[in-house]
Design a protein around this ligand. Structure first.
Ligand code: AMP
Length: 210
């Protein structure tokens, strides 16, 4: 088991690949977006505060996300390893994660960057739908939901064009700096995300050494 991170622009396929990695390697999957959406749904104080940023495609402030994530990776099921998806999204988050792992006497094994060109992102996101029953992610054009599921899939509140453009902008200004940060540590691996889910999964498996 290892400690790894999936990085990439919104709509790169992090959630889709994370689900496959869980199946294949048994990773404990930590999606900060999922955690924040669950908190919002549960109506907690954190959820209410986070929602104000999420609905417009803005980043939730570092102090909230860092505290939530560090607490989560300290839990027993993460002791042997985990896969983070959607965290870190800023350099201070990356540094806080390193500090917490360092204090626990561990470190990251790999950071996988899923690369997709900007002009493909909006279409990938606005066509995205998820099944509220299974949590599985579909795309109306590229991976349409089967009959029986098609009539219950939902669009994420922040998957509209406006919020999506905002998220892409934030990705470049806030998140992209973590790429050279991990590059300098020698743990960054790049995979071409502009292909099929199977193709990306093969790329990641090759990196992780299936
Ligand atoms: P995601 O499901 O990863 O696309 O995240 C959905 C939204 O949750 C993002 O657009 C942010 O508003 C918020 N969010 C998730 N992870 C983070 C993070 N690490 N830092 C700040 N905001 C986050």
């Amino acid at each position: 088991m290892m400690r790894m991170i999936l990085v990439g622009p919104p709509g790169a396929g992090k959630g889709t690949q994370a689900a496959r990695l869980v199946e294949r390697y048994g990773f404990v999957h930590l999606s900060t977006g999922d955690m924040l959406r669950a908190a919002t749904k549960a109506g907690t104080e954190l959820g209410k505060r986070a929602h104000e940023f999420m609905k417009d495609g803005k980043l939730v402030p570092d102090e909230l996300v860092i505290a939530m994530t560090i607490e989560r990776i300290g839990q027993d099921d993460c002791k042997a390893g985990f896969m983070l998806d959607g965290f870190p999204r800023t350099l201070p988050q990356a540094e806080a994660l390193d500090a917490a792992l360092d204090a626990a006497g561990t470190k990251l094994d790999a950071v996988v960057l899923i690369e997709v060109p900007d002009y493909k992102i909006v279409g990938r996101i606005t066509g995205r739908r998820s099944d509220p029953v299974t949590g599985k992610i579909y795309h109306l054009e590229f991976d349409p939901p089967p009959p029986g599921v098609a009539d219950r899939v939902v669009l994420r509140a922040d998957d509209n064009e406006e919020a999506c453009k905002q998220r892409l902008k934030k990705y470049h200004s806030e998140t992209a700096p973590v790429i050279p940060y991990y590059g300098a540590k020698g743990i960054l691996r790049r995979v071409d995300g502009d292909t099929t889910p199977d193709g990306v999964a093969r790329g990641i498996a090759a990196i992780l050494g299936a």
